[in-house]
Design a protein around this ligand. Structure first.
Ligand SMILES: NC(=O)C1=CN([C@@H]2O[C@H](COP(=O)(O)OP(=O)(O)OC[C@H]3O[C@@H](n4cnc5c(N)ncnc54)[C@H](OP(=O)(O)O)[C@@H]3O)[C@@H](O)[C@H]2O)C=CC1
Ligand SMILES: Cc1cn([C@H]2C[C@H](O)[C@@H](COP(=O)(O)OP(=O)(O)O[C@H]3O[C@@H](C)C(=O)[C@@H](O)[C@H]3O)O2)c(=O)[nH]c1=O
Length: 302
């Protein structure tokens, strides 16, 4: 990348923001991360001045209210972060003449489909989180500037509270009982590091402007599986890596046996053919699990 370039990432300590920070950034590229204590996004005027002063060449928005069940009661906070903030950022990026990359979710779909959801599939969220994210997507896509909404799913990795860390935490609380995981929700687990790599590559492409990109892109891991299928792979991989003295037992249960505040789609596999055609094929999440298992104890202790 020629010259000095600043890529502004909204978010600092979140799962995806930390994966973006861990990437290797080419010389001349300055990645700046602004978390909730670094910028007051609700103060639109001050936020605009602060962002303009950084003169970014692209903005990547990773900020979100991502606690799906908590969103059912924290409705205002969820809408503020997932719907109003992206709308505001899209307007701001447009006024600065820079591209905005925004991240969205498979939970914008209702799960009634039999085939993977492509970018043109109809959305119909079942939860407050999904509804607010869908509104955010629509606002960003309606903006006049250069925007790219990347929908992904079931992120996991080193950092924060994610589906992998939740499963491992549960394993330590079982005291001999089986880990119960629903097997009637099917989706696309995605290594957060792979999504971070994609966002970096897309940011460079948008800045370079050498080829036209879609405004909405699906990117998720493969193969499809259930939460129970994912947990099985986690336990297998962690056992092989020697992390368990005894492999915890695992039981498949229906969603009805695991009541949650938010409804989740029964099927939310994303069709990633557009991303593949652009040179970004879906990562195999089983390979990522292997890599994570090998370095887990050292990295999590660090
Ligand atoms: N997790 C998943 O499985 C999936 C996530 N996504 C989407 O990916 C994106 C990143 O998710 P992920 O990294 O997992 O989410 P996290 O919950 O790990 O991170 C959320 C980010 O939002 C920021 N944030 C939270 N509250 C505020 C606030 N009040 N003001 C400003 N910033 C705030 C946090 O800031 P700070 O850095 O200060 O903590 C943090 O960086 C989101 O858009 C999410 O919807 C899509 C599919 C799956
Ligand atoms: C922790 C746990 C969950 N479950 C069930 C509950 C639920 O139906 C399903 C998923 O649970 P979780 O709450 O861990 O995952 P959830 O927060 O729904 O994950 C989602 O997060 C948001 C941010 C996204 O955008 C989605 O792509 C997706 O990754 O698994 C079990 O059956 N057993 C368990 O031990």
């Amino acid at each position: 990348m020629a010259g000095n370039v600043t890529i502004l990432v909204i978010g600092r300590n979140g799962q995806l923001a930390r994966e973006l920070a861990a990437l290797s950034w080419p010389g001349g590229v300055n990645a700046v991360f602004l978390g909730r204590h670094d910028i007051c996004l609700a103060n639109t005027l001050a936020a605009r001045r602060q962002i303009a002063a950084l003169a970014p060449s692209a903005i990547i928005n990773t900020a979100a209210f991502s606690r799906v069940d908590a969103a059912e009661t924290a409705i205002d906070a969820c809408w503020e972060l997932n719907a109003r903030l992206p709308a505001h950022l899209a307007g701001l990026a447009d006024s600065l003449g820079v591209p905005l990359l925004h991240v969205s979710t498979d939970y914008v779909f209702d799960g009634a489909a039999q085939e993977p959801y492509g970018e043109s599939a109809t959305t119909n969220p079942l939860s407050t989180y999904g509804l607010a994210k869908e509104a955010g997507d629509r606002a960003v896509l309606a903006a006049t500037g250069r925007v790219l909404v990347v929908r992904s799913a079931w992120l996991f990795g080193w950092h924060g509270d994610n589906v992998l860390t939740r499963i491992l935490a549960r394993c330590h609380q079982l005291s001999g009982a089986a880990l119960r995981m629903v097997d009637d929700q099917i989706g696309s687990p995605t290594p957060a590091a792979a999504l971070a790599g994609l966002l970096q590559a897309l940011a460079f492409e948008l800045i370079g402007g050498h080829r036209s990109l879609p405004r909405l892109l699906h990117f998720a891991g493969q193969p499809r599986t259930s939460w129970h299928g994912f947990a099985t792979a986690v336990l297998d991989t962690w056992s092989r890596a020697g992390h368990f003295a005894a492999r915890p037992a695992l039981a498949a249960i229906p969603s009805s046996a695991y009541p949650t505040a938010a409804r989740r789609p029964a099927f939310s596999v994303l069709d990633c053919r557009t991303a593949t055609a652009l040179g970004f094929p879906p990562p195999d999440w089983r390979d990522a699990l292997d890599r994570l298992a090998r370095g887990w104890t050292e990295r999590r202790a660090a």
